[in-house]
Design a protein around this ligand. Sequence first.
Ligand code: NAD
Length: 458
Amino acid sequence: MALQSRSPQQPDDVVVELEEADAGAVAAALERARAAGARWAGASALERSAALTAAAGGLAGATDELTGLMVREVGKPVTEAAAEAARGVGILRYYAQQALDPDGETYPGPGPEALLLARRRPRGVAGLITPWNFPVAIPLWKAAPALAFGNAVLLKPSPEATAVALRLAELLAPALPGDLVEVLPGGAGTGQAMLEGVDCVSFTGSVAVGRRVAVAATERGLPSQAEMGGLNASIVLADADPERAATVVAGAAMGYAGQKCTATSRAIVVGDPAPFTEALVAAVEGLAVGDPADKDTVVGPVITSQARRKVVEAAQEAAAAGGRLLTGGGAGDGAGWFVAPTLVDGLAPDARLAQEEVFGPIAVILPVADEDEAVRVANGVRYGLVASVFTGDLDRALRLAARLDTGLIRVNAPTSGVDFLAPFGGEKDSSFGPREQGKAARELYTSTRTITVLPHQG
Ligand code: NAD
């Protein structure tokens, strides 16, 4: 089957067109990756570390090119795309160091001469299934630890980000042994075929697909992790400066057209919502919408015409359900898939817009009477990726943080933004399996072997 990826700001620009990897191509790539992985697992940690450092250097020399391709293929505003390319370099450098970390622990054995060791070893071939919205950072925050710990990598990128994935692999290739990292272009069928042969699976994408992938992996007895959707809340306490909070929330809700799993979708305002609401509308209306290649642009297009329709329909449905459209609600009228940043209030916390991820530039304001209600509303969704709290009162922030059911909690910070040095993942429907990133990544990409050694005679 042919696959086509188009530029969302200019849909007649076909960025790449090629055949999807079918079952035969996937099986052949698996065989090559398995052989390369076995050699790689036998290399010294110093060699693996040096190769990842060299790969970081290769990427660092091509960040402008990669940035331009991200802008073109997935419509990411250039400032964010450049930051993502730089982050990719940082991720490779970080895991180059982790390759040199201790690869296990010793424990007290049955006697003083005995050795009891728990050592980490690679799984084999890591199968990565990734979305289009962070086409460099997500493949790399999975591939870099997989490689650092001695695995081969098969990457099944989102069809919408195929060109970036292929170029990324080309840029890494000179630093790595042949066949160790391979991209399998395609959609669901290619992903399913890959799941048949790999040794562990790391997925990022929607809840519906992530669940299916985790079930398929489990049926094969494979360890897996799935990072999925979010419906992230920012709680604005009564003491917070409404304008400062609004500026941060506007960027987190609408930056890259809200297409981040960590975007703010719900602003929960404790006490009088008017000052914050007014400031948020002004901040959102002040965001530059337009060509993602322009360095001032904050909100570019959404990824496809279907994504645009979904945002417009969500706004219409919210209005029909008694919500008030404070700004936005309509599609842009250029050639690209633009949609106006949209804010809604007047909805109950159980309205669809306050319950289900739209994955676009749309957010809802939910006023609450006190902190208890803020916690109830924040936790009253099936997702649990990230929450943020705005306040100058550290005691309150800590009390709230302890009660929020999310994997990440950020105080006076946007819900969006990921630190690759720290564990990343959510609660409830947002995540399945061990955490990604930081030192947590080792959990998926290695297994532990416990070794007992006793004296030969004694
Ligand atoms: P998606 O679930 O549609 O696709 C993700 C990947 O799965 C793609 O590569 C796709 O081709 C593949 N796929 C689809 N069906 C499959 C199947 N049956 N078997 C195997 N693979 C299959 O998601 P998307 O539209 O690319 O990305 C947007 C979603 O990703 C949003 O829900 C967003 O919240 C989520 N996301 C989560 C995180 C996180 O870390 N939690 C980060 C970024 C995006």
